[in-house]
Design a protein around this ligand. Structure first.
Ligand SMILES: [Zn+2]
Length: 239
């Protein structure tokens, strides 16, 4: 059993700066980049602001669907929901866990679902009317492959996607997923997206192609943000 004095001593120990090793696929192989606690705190603040813009507020409930290896943004999402005092449940974003999403939908009655994947939708499709289930929700932030499926059944979904070690989140204007320009540089070459670390990141990452088809829009969004926006071909070619 942990004793109060043991915990008090543990609190005085040095905490390593490194929070996560973020591993992401590129066309030339897997890349690793380090994520510190300070960076995670800044990412959490940015994501908190995005969720606040979507209207999430204290007393609401949310379902977060993410995979275990996505802690680098999942941790920021959890921090954001705590900051906003939104009660949350977590389901795995892989298809085999779609029943947990349906149980949370029934029992938690969430206002928002964050990180919905095409695999979860496929799993749900056999047993539920996905449109009926998700149309009443205030906020649906879904992966690029899931967005056209949702929009086709009348769900007003916005895009949320990891972009290498960064996170892209669409605002209510639905005109591309914003990436935090204070932390990341996004680019496109020959129709493929790339990402690089901003100057403030501890782990350097030169412009790295991601093998993801899309383009980047700069200039102020109608929401007022100057953060660049990423348009994923996966979303726009099918919706
Ligand atoms: Zn916007």
């Amino acid at each position: 059993m942990a004793r109060a004095d043991t915990l008090a001593r543990a609190r005085t120990l040095d905490r390593p700066e490194l929070a996560y090793l973020v591993r992401f696929p590129t066309p030339s192989g897997t890349r690793d980049t380090e994520l510190t606690w300070a960076e995670l705190a800044r990412d959490t603040d940015w994501f908190t602001a995005r969720l606040r813009e979507h209207g999430l507020s204290a007393g609401q409930r949310a379902l977060l669907t993410m995979s275990g290896f996505e802690g680098f943004w999942g941790h920021a999402a959890i921090g954001a929901l705590r900051e906003l005092k939104v009660t949350y449940g977590i389901a795995e974003a892989m298809g085999w866990d779609h029943r947990r999403t349906s149980v949370f939908h029934r029992e938690l009655r969430p206002h928002a679902v964050i990180g919905l994947s095409a695999e979860t939708l496929e799993g749900l499709a056999g047993a539920a009317d996905v449109g009926e289930m998700l149309r009443p929700m205030s906020v649906v932030l879904a992966r690029p492959a899931a967005v056209p499926v949702l929009r086709a059944v009348g769900v007003s979904a916005c895009v949320l996607s990891p972009l290498g070690p960064a996170l892209a989140v669409e605002c209510r204007e639905r005109s591309g997923a914003h990436v935090n320009a204070a932390e990341w540089r996004v680019g496109e070459r020959d129709g493929q997206l790339s990402v690089g670390a901003g100057e403030g990141r501890v782990s350097p990452l030169p412009e790295t192609p991601l093998g993801v088809a899309g383009r980047v829009v700069t200039g102020r969004c109608a929401c007022g943000s100057d953060d660049p926006r990423v348009l994923f071909d996966e979303v726009d070619q099918r919706s």
